[in-house]
Design a protein around this ligand. Structure first.
Ligand SMILES: [Zn+2]
Length: 418
């Protein structure tokens, strides 16, 4: 009977929650599930004869979660614009490449927050069927926006509470896992700006009510304070970006609103990308309040807006490094990339935590990521729903030299940049 099991061990296992590191840890997998987790010296005798894999000098972690990806974009300059001209089959090909890229850097669950029509649903189903290797996918279909609003080219447009209800129902019928709504404009759509609020509270509340009735969560893209405020009032489940950017791309955080987000337990995916420190350095007015949100008790989750210009899917670890350099404690950054992200995605007990009964999604990284977050760059083994995956050799962008220095010195971004 022990043949059904595989025993994975390393210098340590970190299970996905605060204080969950087990020195000399072991994870026992049976098929697609985790069967047992604990210290090597406590391994039940029933597993003693099972096939074993030991990874010296390494740490076992839950598979990572990318909470904000655009799989139909490839991360290269001009990708978004190019995507609007791609045929549907070509977009699907891009998405297949994107999911393999994510799996290769240790991401075993991804939330796609917007692609044209319902193409992401097809890719999700192909991965689930085993036709294509990739992370578990939750998909929003096309982002819901206004006529002429941010990302209108993806065909998710509606302009009144009734039209919005109908669009949510159409998305549900097509098979999306969640709803994404653009509460504000964005940086990359002509005639749109991130500080423009796009929908009224009444309109967004119609979306939330209808989505919740259908058992789906709502993720709201929101940069400017008015859009964030309205999204919070409408009852959305996650806020994406949450930059508090005002006219002229100047960041003006609203502490009372941040406190309300924290009090309501709304998860924020601040899209702290690998290249954010560079952007913050080149524009002193653009300083997203990520550390401030953390200090005020906002539940931050990891996501990179991956796929957008300059942010390849392979840059996932760089986003975690950015959060650390901005002053978030390492273990909290890792919780935001695992169990907390799973909670935000309604996947508690399935993903983001190494516990018996959860899906067998685990990665092995060289070194100790709790001591040096950059260890997450060194992915040595990937298990996704119990199936081994040999990572493709992908191009991972190097950290910004200035912040690599800060990481090494364990200094804060503010100290290094001053
Ligand atoms: Zn996005």
């Amino acid at each position: 009977m022990s043949d059904d099991f595989t025993v994975f061990s390393a210098d340590a296992v970190w299970c996905g929650t605060a204080g969950s590191r087990i020195a000399g840890g072991v994870v026992v997998v049976r098929g697609q599930e985790i069967a047992w987790v604990g210290a090597a010296d406590a391994l039940p005798v029933a597993y003693a004869g099972a096939p074993a894999r030991h990874f010296p000098g390494a740490t076992i972690l839950p598979g990572l979660i990318e909470s904000h990806a655009h799989l139909s974009y490839d991360g290269k300059a001009g990708t978004k614009k190019r995507s609007f001209g791609r045929s549907a089959p070509n977009l699907v090909a891009v998405m297949i490449a994107s999911v393999r890229e994510l799996l290769s850097v240790g991401v075993t669950t991804v939330r796609d927050l917007g692609a044209r029509d319902n193409l992401s649903i097809e890719v999700r189903d192909a991965v689930a069927e085993g036709l294509v290797r990739g992370p578990r996918m939750l998909v929003a279909g096309a982002q819901i926006t206004t006529t002429g609003g941010h990302t209108w080219q993806n065909h998710g447009r509606a302009d009144s509470p009734d039209e919005l209800r109908k669009l949510v129902r159409s998305h549900h019928k097509a098979g999306v896992d969640l709803i994404k709504i653009n509460a504000t404009g964005g940086f990359m759509t002509a005639k749109s700006a991130p500080w423009f609020a796009q929908f009224s509270v009444e309109e967004m509340a119609a979306v939330v009510e209808e989505a919740h009735r259908l058992g789906k969560k709502v993720a709201a893209h929101a940069h400017g304070v008015e859009g964030i405020e309205r999204a919070v009032a409408a009852g959305v489940d996650t806020i994406e970006h949450c930059t508090f950017v005002a006219e002229g791309a100047v960041v003006e955080p609203d502490i009372a609103l941040i406190d309300e987000i924290a009090a309501r337990g709304i998860h924020v995916c601040a899209t702290a990308t690998w290249n954010l420190p560079q952007m913050m350095r080149s524009n002193p007015a653009f300083q997203p309040p990520i550390k401030l949100m953390h200090e005020r008790g906002v539940q931050l989750i990891a996501g990179n807006d991956s796929g957008i210009d300059g942010v390849p899917h392979s840059s996932y670890a760089g986003g975690l490094e950015t959060s650390v350099i901005l002053g978030i404690p390492i273990e909290d950054v890792l919780v935001g990339a695992t169990s907390r992200a799973a909670a935000a995605l309604d996947l508690t007990g399935v993903a983001g935590e190494l516990v018996p009964g959860a899906s067998a999604d685990l990665i092995v990284v060289g070194g100790d990521p709790l001591a040096d977050i950059s260890a997450v760059r060194d992915v040595r083994h990937v298990l996704a729903r119990g199936a081994e995956f040999t990572p493709d050799p992908v191009q991972v962008p190097d950290p910004d030299p200035a912040y690599a220095e800060a990481l090494a010195a364990a200094a804060t971004f503010a100290e290094v940049m001053s």
